[in-house]
Every structure is written in C-alpha cells, then in structure tokens.
Design a binder for this molecule. Sequence first.
Ligand code: HEM
Length: 212
Amino acid sequence: MTRIIFLPLNALAAIVLALTFTGCASHATQHEFQAMSDDEFADLKKSLLFTADDERYLRMSRDVLEPNVEELLDVWYGFVGSHPHLLASFSHPTSKQPDMDYLAKVRLRFRAWVLATADAEFDRDWLDHQLEIGLRHHRLEKNKTDGVVAAEHIPLRHLIALHYPITTTLKPFLARGGKTEAEVSGMYEAWRKAVLLTTILWSQPYVAPKDY
Ligand code: HEM
C-alpha cells in the first residue's frame, strides 16, 4: 500500500519539478553574453582615463548627491517625459499610454544606480549587474523585471545619446555640496567617465560578441 502511494507521489514530484523548470526556462533569458573579465575591465578603464582619483571623486559625490537625489531624478524624468520618442519606452506599444507604475518602479532602480555609481565599488558583482542592466534596455530582457507591456526595446543610439543630458544636468547638483571649484570639477569629470563606462558596459548585448 505504502509503495502504491509512494510511487505516484514520486511521479507527481517529478512532473512538478519538470513543469517548474520548463516554466523557469521560458522566463529565463537565453543569451550568449558574459560580463567582461577583470583584465578587459582594467583595459577599458585605461582607455577611458578612469583612475583611482575618479573613484575617490565619485565617493566624494555621494554625500553631495544623496540629499538631492529625488530632485535629480525629477530632472532626468522630466527630460525623458518631455520627449515623446523617449517616453515611448515606458508606454504601451499600441495605446501609447505611459505606464506610471512602470515609471515609478524603474525610478527606484535608477535611484539605486545613482548611489551605487557614487559608491564606486566596481567589483565582479557590479560588473555582472551592468550586463543585466544592458539586457534590461535591450529586447532580451526589457519589461521582464516589472512584468509590463511596453515598447520592446531601447535603441542603442538613444542609450548612447543620453550620456550627454544625464551628465550635463548633474553638474549643478554637484556644486551644492560646498566643495571647492576643483573638487566640483573632479566629481564632474569622474561622473562623466562613470556614466560613459556604464553605457559602454550596457551596450554589450547590442553588439555581436566578436565585435564588442
Ligand atoms: C546614459 C543613458 C542611460 C542611463 C544612465 C540609464 C539608466 C537606467 C537605469 C539605472 C535603469 C534601471 C536598471 C535596473 O533595472 O536596475 C534603467 C532602466 C530603464 N531605462 Fe535607462 N538609462 C539610460 C538610457 C535610457 C534611454 C535612452 C531610455 C529610453 C527612453 C531608457 C529607458 C529605460 C527603461 C524603459 C528602463 C526600464 C527597463 C526595464 O524594463 O527593466 N534608458 N535605465
């Protein structure tokens, strides 16, 4: 009797497991990308003239930016919101209605990104996460984190272009911390490089691996 019950339960467990894995596989991203190695990252920082001084200036910027981060996000969101071709990324593909819940959820992750960039702990976890953020701008993973129906992909040209408005609007915020002119300039240069660095890392899923 025990055996008769035991076998079907085993079979049931096997089916549940199989279904779970199939379900996961349908959500998991199938992609061929691997975050760059430490050596490749070290070379990239050299190409960008990104040094330990930049890390120091980024860390200096944290205390300056943290009390102002919501206002900074208002400026960046205002920029995206005032350009229909950018707002389209947060909007339903056919109704064209912006998804306010999606905007709010991404804003929280944007906020975390500002502070993590200022922390400048550019280690293996951080490098792996940059590939993930790139995938989230790309059709491979866009919309999946929040389970939304919105534009399926952000074109690479806009990803790169946003480097300029994002960094240029940052400068007045860096000047709010009572630092010297040289320090504000140091923080600004470090942020310009850091946003370019992340944009380069995020562009990986857009490029054929052998070309990246
Ligand atoms: C330098 C350029 C850019 C920066 C620094 C930036 C920053 C970010 C950050 C930090 C996130 C959250 C990532 C996460 O999930 O942890 C994000 C997601 C997102 N960004 Fe950008 N972004 C840039 C360019 C763009 C452009 C050009 C658009 C188009 C309007 C855009 C639209 C989005 C959207 C829709 C998401 C949510 C993606 C998802 O579904 O998960 N971003 N961005």
